[in-house]
Design a protein around this ligand. Structure first.
Ligand code: F6R
Length: 615
């Protein structure tokens, strides 16, 4: 939610800020702004709309200077207007600030500051924070070297809520200050320059050396030096980490948008999820960073999987896989529910969170709550160095590469693959035989090639999409591990095409949703499991009998009778360990093409942001 970029160095700031903002647009894209400081004068440009439009306004507008801050917004407080866009400037004109997060006590701060003569021009919570910095700055000793840093530090001690901020002061043209609590912030260390950003993608073209700020830390970038302190003024030694991303991984190449690129990236993402993660005898998986011994894992009675959105669907598939192959009971919780529910957990429960970004606030809170209660916490996560990766006791990195399209595709199938590997690993610690393990590993290794085969259905799925692009409602039906894939299919369709869609267990349809069925409401049925084929055929009959068109996804060796379905997409036969991955591909391509044919912006769907850092 919202992306921020700051720059201080020897080069022109605004082109660097705008490039960074473009890469952060997935975090929010309703308005954007940039401010640059030079010769003790602040130059500011804001725009309601996308970063590319802001860039057009900035070019040739004299936004010259080597210190600047910028922001791309996902509105929380206040409508999408230029006034509410960031950067905000204090009413005395001295402080400029960009903010990602939510200031919960902003109303009382605002009231106090209005009493002190400060004027407010926006409806945002952020402006209260900006003016409070100005208030403290005015009170600090004018001769102090740390006047600006101290004013930010003192301000933050009064703040309730979350923030990642980048701040400039007109009277301190050599200093950029950043701070975080609850919203991510990193410092990029380049040649003769520092950058502040919400995440690595914004700075990767300039440097791969990064310092991740922890909650409560404040950084001053001044005269070529990085000074990191805690909220109680303790000096910290910054830990510089090397990022191993290639800039090419976040480029579009020949693809027309990121979602399509990322769908086609999946074979590689699956390869990366498996690299170096099988035992020498090829009968089980191994994970370097779990930080839990085989001994400890054998003691587990239950696993709790916790996440939000698409990652929650991955958890549901994980439940099927782990229960089926490792015979360990699994519970799945929405992180947003778990964090406030105070659920009783058994002593021998392992808590595992799943998050592509590693910054989702609810997932992070669920992790923290579990840790506080003394549970061992693991994470499956795609963003090296993210808050969730750093705060969990151990985990498994996805190595799927940057996912930029707002709708998750490759991160989802990579999570499924890792959960399947985990089911194998846990299964082999219990009752899975050596031979079953060998077969399982073989199946996992076949997944990249089979996914490459499945994405070749692209042209057929485009044709199917043309037939259904104008539908207003759609049902996705599946049984067992295909039920979460149905949920995910429905989520993909609604989030990028704005068509109302629901995922349901195929047999549950009769307990209510069947009332929706009509010629106007097609059903997409995942009929991929040979052992329950007959049951799925019956469910399709029930739908057909009520006049709804049926699009079936089935296995090549088990197609449905042609007269039973209107359209049929056949995926390669495969082991059950990788079926959810394969069955996800037609769901992704269908929603992609339908959205595209409807003229929707698939990479930046309305109202959404990729990294949900507010509750
Ligand atoms: C939907 C989607 C979201 C995310 C959810 C959790 O396509 O991407 O539902 O899955 O916001 O995000 P992460 O995985 O970053 O915690």
């Amino acid at each position: 939610m919202c992306g921020i970029v700051g720059y201080i160095g020897t080069r022109e700031a605004s082109p660097i800020l705008l490039e960074g903002l473009k890469r952060l647009e997935y975090r929010g894209y309703d308005s954007a702004g940039v401010a640059v400081l030079a010769d003790e004068a602040l130059k500011l440009k804001k725009h309601k709309g996308r970063v590319t439009d802001l860039a057009k306004n900035v070019s040739g507008n004299g936004l010259s200077g080597q210190l600047g801050i910028s922001h791309t917004r996902w509105a929380t407080h206040g409508a999408v207007t230029e006034e509410n866009a960031h950067p905000h400037v204090s009413s005395d004109g001295k402080i400029a600030m960009v903010h990602n997060g939510v200031i919960e006590n902003y109303l009382s701060i605002r009231k106090f500051l209005e009493g002190e003569g400060y004027t407010f021009y926006s409806e945002t919570d952020s402006e209260a924070l900006c003016n409070l910095i100005a208030y403290h700055y005015a009170k600090e000793d004018a001769d102090s070297d740390n006047r600006f840093l101290n004013s930010v530090r003192k301000t933050l001690s009064h703040i309730e809520g979350t923030y990642g901020i980048a701040v400039m002061c007109v009277e301190q043209p050599n200093e950029l200050v950043g701070a975080r609590k609850g919203s991510p912030l990193i410092v990029g260390i380049g040649a003769d320059e520092y950058l502040l950003a919400s995440d690595v993608s914004a700075i990767i073209s300039r440097t791969s050396n990064v310092v991740y700020l922890n909650d409560g830390e404040i950084v001053s970038l001044k005269d070529g030096e990085l000074n990191l302190i805690t909220s109680d003024e303790q000096a910290l030694t910054p830990e510089v980490k090397k990022i191993d991303w290639e800039i090419a991984e976040s480029e579009l190449g020949d693809f027309r948008n990121y979602m399509l690129k990322e769908i086609f990236d999946q074979p590689k993402a699956l390869e990366n999820a498996m690299r170096g993660r099988f035992s020498d005898d090829q009968s089980t998986a191994k994970f370097g960073g779990l930080n839990v011994s085989a001994q400890e894992l054998r003691q587990i009675d239950r696993i709790l999987l916790c996440a939000c959105g698409t990652a929650w669907h991955a958890c549901l598939v994980g439940e099927y896989l782990i229960e089926r192959f490792a015979r360990i009971p699994v519970e799945v919780e929405y992180a947003s529910e778990f964090r406030y529910r105070n659920a009783p957990l058994d002593k021998n429960t392992l808590v595992m969170v799943i998050s592509q970004s590693g910054e989702t606030i609810d997932t992070l809170a669920a992790l923290r709550e579990s840790k506080r209660k003394g549970y061992k916490t693991l994470a499956i996560n795609n963003s090296v160095g993210s808050t969730i990766a750093r705060e969990s006791d151990g985990g498994i990195y996805q190595h799927a590469g940057p996912e930029i399209g707002v709708a998750s595709t490759k991160a989802f199938t990579s999570q499924l693959h890792i959960l399947s590997m985990l089911a194998l690993y846990l299964g082999r610690l219990r009752d899975m035989s050596f031979q079953e393990g060998l077969d399982y590993v073989k199946a996992l290794k076949q997944a990249p090639a089979l996914v490459a085969e499945t994405v070749k259905l692209n042209d057929q799925i485009l044709e199917v999409s043309k037939k259904y692009k104008d539908m207003t409602d759609c049902l996705f039906l599946g049984r067992q591990d295909m039920f979460p894939i149905a949920l995910e299919g429905a989520l993909k369709l609604k989030e990028i095409s704005y068509i109302h869609a629901e995922g349901y267990p195929a047999a549950e349809m009769k307990h209510g949703p069947i009332a929706l069925i009509s010629g106007e409401c097609p059903a997409i049925v995942l009929a991929t499991q040979p052992d329950i084929h007959g049951k799925l055929v019956s469910n399709i009959q029930e739908v057909k009998a009520r006049g709804a068109p049926v699009i079936a996804v089935a296995n090549e060796s088990n197609p449905l009778p042609e007269d039973l379905v209107d359209d049929q997409i056949l995926i390669p036969n495969c082991h059950r360990a990788i079926l959810p991955v394969l069955a996800s591909i037609p769901m992704q391509l269908l929603s992609y093409h339908i959205a595209n044919l409807r003229g929707c912006d698939v990479d930046k769907p309305r109202n959404l942001a990729k990294s949900v850092t507010v509750e």
